[in-house]
Write a protein that binds this ligand. Structure first.
Ligand SMILES: Cc1cc2nc3c(=O)[nH]c(=O)nc-3n(C[C@H](O)[C@H](O)[C@H](O)COP(=O)(O)OP(=O)(O)OC[C@H]3O[C@@H](n4cnc5c(N)ncnc54)[C@H](O)[C@@H]3O)c2cc1C
Length: 459
């Protein structure tokens, strides 16, 4: 009933921008992966911070749950309204409010997508580097603390969000952080909000750190007979301090899938896809050094993407790898794992994972942002086959447990959502309880994305 009690107040704020159409509800109840359709009771489309604050106040008065929604590309069922209530869709708050090239800063509304921001920046000589592949919104990316192919060089959303405007569960609007590059001014509420998956507040504005477009860029692919050699090459590269802009691993089955999907013609072998940013001289030197490491590790078929359009095609192929893998098995859904370990344990982690998948008789191509020690197995499952689902979930859990045993984390970038909640105790222990206390302090009625991040029953 809470939604019905909030409905009149919400309609007064939003008029026909409060939608209850079945198509809208279904669109906001779907997940990119294997979670079942879970539609909210209504979808709100605010256009201003004041409207978001008014929505929050109306929902707080009626105890109606509120779940933020960006582009809906998160992979662990983050945005599903599992306790009912409304989805607040930020796609109409999609303006780049300010670009300050001299400070290398942009101020944006949360519904701006990373591609739209970079399109807007193209004449400035600047770009926003965080690149999760999917054309996610910056509000959603901040909420999941996203990263991706370029994090090895430019960091994650944690390093690239300088300041936020946030609507709290009470409807109060706060500002966190500033345009300064550093601060020593009390609790870091910006970083608390980044990665909080919409459980502590709704982000209505972001101040982002920008980077200068490099003078020179070089990208290449290289192949390896053995997966272990490819991963060892990554470890050697990172340990040598080579400033890679991107260093991505894809295994043989991933290459077969992208060949079929994107019309690529890479040899069906484990590959590294790399990119260097810098001056003409530094890029040439870095590429030469990397070439030596590749040949030391028995790498072959080194192929440069010379032209800008070749590089675009290379990274588009990488970004489409998830869809390519899904297309490799008709009707399959994915359980996407996200293990991140200290770089010294990476080779072992990838090898054991591949063995586990083979022993379970599953298809699970492996790929990842290996320069960060981060990789994914995309476990292809028939959602109607309970045995397959159980085996895949077991592998995902084993990978998470192994990540912890190796001194890493259960999720390097995708986040907790519904899929990783049961692993939070193992990762955080008592600290998970502290997260619950923070949640209770900021959202005592448990209105914001309830059922996510914190221990069930903690609030
Ligand atoms: C093919 C593919 C590849 C991917 N690769 C990567 C990758 O390399 N790295 C990576 O990090 N992720 C990756 N992802 C996952 C996904 O793109 C990220 O999780 C992304 O950050 C989600 O952004 P979104 O706009 O889609 O948010 P949504 O999925 O809409 O929402 C994500 C979470 O944020 C909350 N939220 C959204 N907007 C707000 C707001 N304004 N205020 C408060 N809470 C909000 C939602 O409630 C939800 O909990 C990939 C996904 C796909 C489909």
């Amino acid at each position: 009933m809470p939604f019905h009690e909030a409905q009149t107040g919400l309609e007064a704020v939003l008029g026909d921008r409060l939608s209850r159409s079945k198509s809208d509800l279904d669109l906001h109840g779907r997940s990119e992966t294997h979670f079942p359709l879970t539609p909210p009771e209504a979808v709100a489309y605010p256009e201003t911070t004041a409207e978001v604050a008014a929505i929050m106040k109306a929902c707080a008065a009626a105890r109606c749950p509120v779940v933020g929604w960006g582009a809906g590309t998160s992979l662990e069922g983050h945005g599903l309204a599992i306790k009912g209530g409304i989805a607040v869709d930020f796609t109409r708050m999609d303006r780049v409010l300010e670009v300050r090239p001299e400070d290398m800063v942009a101020v944006v509304q949360p519904g701006v997508t990373r591609e739209a921001l970079n399109h807007e920046l193209r004449a400035t000589g600047l770009f926003f580097p965080v690149d999760p592949g999917a054309n996610a919104t910056l509000g959603g990316m901040a909420s999941t603390r996203a990263s991706g192919t370029t994090a090895v060089r430019y960091g994650t959303m944690a390093e690239n969000v300088l300041a936020l405007e946030v609507v709290l569960a009470s409807g109060e609007v706060i500002r966190t952080g500033s345009g300064a590059r550093k601060a020593s001014n009390g609790y870091d509420l910006t970083r608390l909000m980044v990665g909080s998956e919409g459980t502590l507040g709704l982000i209505t504005e972001l101040t982002l750190r920008l980077q200068g477009q490099p003078e020179a860029t070089a990208a290449a692919t290289c192949a390896f007979e053995k997966m272990g050699d490819a991963v060892d090459c990554v470890i050697a590269t990172i340990q040598a301090g080579l400033p890679m802009a991107r260093i991505e691993f894809v295994d043989g089955p991933t290459v077969a899938a992208v060949n079929a999907y994107s019309g690529a013609d890479l040899p069906v072998m484990p590959h590294l896809l790399v990119e260097f940013h810098g001056s003409e001289t530094s890029v040439a030197a870095d590429a030469r050094f990397f070439g030596e490491l590749v040949s030391d590790m028995n790498g072959q078929a080194f192929k440069w993407a010379e032209k800008a359009e070749d590089r675009t095609a290379l990274w588009a192929m990488r970004h489409h790898a998830y869809w390519a893998i899904l297309a490799a098995r008709k009707g399959a859904k994915a359980i996407v794992t996200d293990m991140c370990v200290p770089i010294s344990r990476l080779a072992e982690a990838v090898e054991i994972t591949a063995q586990d998948i083979a022993m379970a008789g599953l298809e699970g191509p492996i790929l990842g942002h290996v320069g960060d020690g981060n990789f994914h197995a995309i476990l292809l499952v028939d959602p109607e086959d309970p045995s397959e689902m159980a085996r895949a979930k077991q592998i995902a859990d084993t990978m998470a447990e192994r990540a912890l045993a190796f001194g890493g984390t259960i999720t390097g970038e995708h986040g907790v959502g519904m899929g990783k909640l049961h692993l939070m105790e193992a990762e955080h222990g008592e600290a998970w309880g502290v997260m619950g206390e923070l949640k209770a302090a900021l959202d005592p009625q448990n209105l914001l994305n309830p059922g996510k991040i914190i221990r069930p029953g903690n609030n």
